[in-house]
Design a protein. Structure first.
Length: 103
């Protein structure tokens, strides 16, 4: 059963990887080969985890990129569900055909 409000994957990366290793955001970014701003935006939930960043985290720190990407997907789906009431799209109704298709 999906979580109704899963945490942003950046929060998990901060609490489970960066903080336990006693790294600053700058040090973590350097280990990943990205800018400090890129890592900061991710861990503060202001940007989504890209597959490239997930691979970098896997190579540098070990957590599976597949697992990290599933966490991002779960977060994205939960956010979309929360916004679903604001998205007004009528259900598609197929029109009845008069005759069978012409040959």
């Amino acid at each position: 059963m999906p979580m109704k409000n899963p945490p942003h994957v950046g929060e998990t990366i901060w609490h489970d990887i960066i903080k336990p290793l006693d790294l600053s955001v700058t040090e973590g970014a350097k280990a990943l080969g990205v800018t400090r701003q890129s890592l900061s935006l991710l861990i503060n939930g202001r940007t989504s985890l890209s597959s490239d960043m997930a691979l970098r985290i896997e190579k540098a720190f070990g957590p599976s990129m597949d697992h990290l990407m599933r966490m991002q997907l779960a977060y994205d789906l939960a956010q979309a569900r929360q916004r679903s009431g604001r998205i007004k799209v009528p259900r598609y109704q197929r029109k009845a055909s008069r005759d069978a298709r012409p040959t």
